[in-house]
Design a protein around this ligand. Structure first.
Ligand code: BG6
Length: 487
């Protein structure tokens, strides 16, 4: 049998998100977004930052204060790395590296400043026409996320955000404009970044403030139901308005292994996987709520309200590809005192066989291959690795060099496993390395947790020249892309 997968034809790319990169938060007619409200005091120590991030990521007081304060000092997402003003220079550097695909998100509040406006903001649309045209000029494909957590804050203020079903019609208006005005420029569409973030990081995922809700789980899952419906509508509208283009789904992948060979740990691993990962992709890719969730919802007393027609809509609006972010793996066990460490969006259980990043995320390249096999086995849909990378402290030398051999080692190990997974038979469309250029980190909200192969000279308080410098990993990735293309 001829092996189609030897071609290694997937695309190697890079990813960012508008809220973490753009800045220009009140320029070009943009409205205030939910992510513009997140607070960081640049004078905090790393320990204080971590404590805030882990224990009190967002509060009602923070929300109220931020709405009245339009400065940028304490709001890193309002500044980003100033991609809004640097995108031509940044894309040129990425194109010189040979980048094949660029993922970013569109800011809903740049297109509809209040979310419920009758007409879109033309200046916002023009920005994205220019941005995506620039990508295409450089021969890069475009992978666009419609919502990477941020929505116009007015939708939360006035309607309660995702809690209110009315948001679906505003979302449809937004998506229709995206398809009609940007459809020719975008190759892959993703309605929601990491749709499972809702449960682990409610302000990010579904714009709910911890402490505000009497029955938080009920609200989270009802909000999610509205997001599932939105995703299905985005698929349906896509078939009509951008036929031939793929609309996909994405989760933050919490890859897990049973901590021991004990049957209890194995069952725990299956359930952790179902509740944290599969549920979300099962709904979006298979088109219905999986049976195993009934018992879980009963246990946490959650009752999701379906409108007539929702079931049919979910069935009809299944996605064309699945994608995930992959940063670490964890173990599952029913032993409560198992040692813990940090992970993306969640605290995880430690695997004694793995090393950790400086933020405690367990590094597991083989887990990427495991995940790709699991996801492809389950859905048999094309797959995109939408995020993967290493957050680390980088040091800029006097000669403006960054010797990030640790990042090169991380990327090499993961890309080698990606190639192995392709040999396993996975239909891989693309790999978009996370934070290809340094941006504000999403959890701690700092600049000094850096992922990029391009360094941006800005500190946690937004001070610096904002100049861009190539790290050693830039030259390494350039070479890797060249070898990949010439295979
Ligand atoms: C993902 C998000 O969960 O993890 C990104 O989609 C985020 O927005 C990335 O930046 C890495 O997390 P952090 O907190 O290190 O920026």
């Amino acid at each position: 049998m001829e092996n189609d997968y030897d071609k290694n034809s997937y695309l190697l790319g890079g990813a960012i998100a508008c809220s973490q990169a753009d800045g220009g938060f009140n320029e070009g007619g943009k409205g205030i977004s939910t992510q513009d409200l997140r607070y960081l005091d640049p004078s905090w120590t790393p320990e204080q930052i971590e404590e805030k991030h882990q224990k009190n990521p967002f509060s009602r007081t923070e929300y109220e204060t931020a709405l009245k304060d339009m400065n940028t000092t304490y709001y890193p997402f309002r500044r980003g790395n100033d991609f809004y003003h640097h995108y031509k220079e940044d894309l040129k550097m990425l194109a010189d590296m040979g980048l094949q695909i660029f993922r970013t998100s569109i800011s809903w509040s740049r297109i509809f400043p209040n979310g419920d406006d009758e007409n879109p903001n033309e200046e916002g649309i023009q920005y994205y026409i220019d941005l995506f045209s620039e990508c295409r000029k450089h021969g890069m494909k475009v992978f666009a996320t419609m919502i990477h957590y941020d929505i116009p804050v007015n939708l939360v203020e006035k309607y309660g955000g995702w809690k209110n079903r009315e948001i679906i019609s505003f979302f449809e208006r937004y998506v229709t404009v995206l398809y009609e005005r940007l459809g020719d420029l975008v190759d892959y569409w993703l309605p929601f970044n990491e749709i499972n973030a809702a449960k682990f990081s409610p302000w990010d995922g579904v714009c709910l403030i911890p402490g505000d809700e009497e029955h938080m789980d009920q609200q989270i899952f009802q909000c999610l139901h509205h997001q599932f419906i939105c995703s299905a509508r985005a698929v349906q509208l896509g078939r009509k308005l951008v036929p031939g283009k793929l609309v996909g789904a994405m989760i933050a992948r919490f890859t897990t292994y049973p901590a021991t060979a004990k049957p209890e740990d194995n069952l725990q691993a299956i359930q952790d996987d179902q509740y944290s990962n599969w549920f979300y992709l099962d709904v979006l890719a298979r088109g219905y709520y999986p049976e195993y969730m009934k018992r879980y919802f009963d246990k946490i007393d959650v009752h999701i309200h379906f409108e007539p027609g929702d079931e049919k809509l979910l069935k009809d609006g299944t996605v064309g590809f699945v994608s995930f972010s992959y940063y670490f793996s964890q173990v599952s066990t029913n032993e409560e005192d198992w040692e813990q460490t940090a992970g993306n969006l969640i605290m995880t259980k430690k695997n004694p066989y793995l090393k950790e990043s400086e933020w405690g995320w367990q590094i597991d390249p083989l887990g990427l291959r495991v995940t790709l096999n699991q996801v492809y086995d389950r859905y048999h849909l094309p797959v995109i690795v939408a995020e993967n990378g290493l957050g680390a402290y980088d040091h800029l030398t006097e000669n403006n060099e960054i010797h990030d051999d640790y990042r090169i080692a991380y990327l090499k190990a993961h890309l080698d496993q990606l190639d192995e997974a392709v040999q396993d038979g996975i239909d891989l469309l693309a790999y978009t390395m996370w934070g290809i250029i340094d941006i504000v980190s999403c959890g701690p909200l700092t600049m000094d947790k850096r992922y990029g192969v391009i360094y941006v000279d800005l500190d946690n308080g937004g001070k610096g020249t904002a100049k861009r410098y190539k790290k050693d990993s830039y030259y390494w990735y350039k070479d890797r892309i060249k070898q990949h293309v010439n295979k």
